[in-house]
Design a protein. Structure first.
Length: 88
């Protein structure tokens, strides 16, 4: 990974860990969910913001609605939210 790519990935990773988004936040579109999309990171580090939102919106936001019928997916989604599993 190039130095710039690593820096961008690290910013995204640290941001995800600092916010501590929950599955409930994503499933119910809580104020915490919307607040993370209104942060200045969008302007200052747009690529890091995109990397942050891929696991949040595209992966977790899509799959979270299936947890009631597929509880086996919950650990996978938590790993995705906390960046323990890379989904880029």
């Amino acid at each position: 990974m190039a130095a710039r790519e690593l820096k961008t990935w690290e910013i995204s990773h640290r941001r995800a860990q600092a916010i501590v988004m929950t599955l409930d936040d994503v499933a119910n579109l809580t104020p915490k969910f919307w607040h993370c999309h209104k942060d200045g990171m969008i302007i200052h580090e747009p690529v890091a913001y995109i990397l942050f939102t891929i696991p949040l919106n595209l992966v977790t936001g899509t799959v979270v609605k299936f947890i009631p019928s597929r509880p086996d997916l919950e650990p996978l989604l938590k790993e995705t939210l906390y960046w323990l599993r890379e989904v880029q």
